[in-house]
Design a binder for this molecule. Structure first.
Ligand code: FE
Length: 156
């Protein structure tokens, strides 16, 4: 066997083996990286420093300390700094609130669906916590997407 033929066969065999294991030369597969290559919803949530933040980042008003199991009020306001438009074509469609205790999955607290023109993007919700948590607010603008914010609430 000629050397060039040998190398070609070795290369082909290595290529087949690589394909069988999902390895591409010099690149890790998604499984090897331990992650997924699929698009994640979190990727489209707009960070609070982006242009338009004054009208979109949900402002969360909540006490920094509460008593375990006692209801308290959380107010979420969209457009606190600069009022957001409120027309059929451009308005805040919904506001959601979630709570997450350390080491536990995130829990849905409430979803408020808002109609344009008549509903102001400002909601006050009764919340009860048993352990210190992070509260996450999400809002959806019909033109500018999903924005988020969070606050910590300590439970005594
Ligand atoms: Fe908007």
């Amino acid at each position: 066997m000629k050397r060039s033929e040998f190398l070609a066969r070795c290369g082909a065999a290595a290529g087949v083996a690589a394909l069988a294991t999902g390895t591409v030369f010099g690149q890790e597969t998604a499984a090897e990286r331990g992650g997924s290559t699929m698009a994640r919803f979190g990727d489209v949530v707009i960070p609070p420093e982006k242009q338009g933040k004054e009208k979109h980042v949900p402002h969360i008003e909540a006490p920094s300390k509460v008593k375990a199991g006692e209801p308290f009020e959380v107010t979420v306001i969209v457009g606190k700094e600069i009022a957001h438009p409120n027309t059929i074509a451009h308005h805040i469609k919904w506001i959601q609130l979630y709570a997450k205790e350390e080491g536990k999955p995130v829990a849905h607290v409430a979803t408020i669906d808002l109609g344009p023109t008549y509903a102001a993007p400002r909601v006050t919700l009764p919340v009860m916590l048993t352990k210190s948590s992070t509260l996450y607010a999400l809002e959806y603008c019909s033109l500018h997407g999903v924005w988020d914010n969070s606050v910590e609430v300590a439970v005594e």
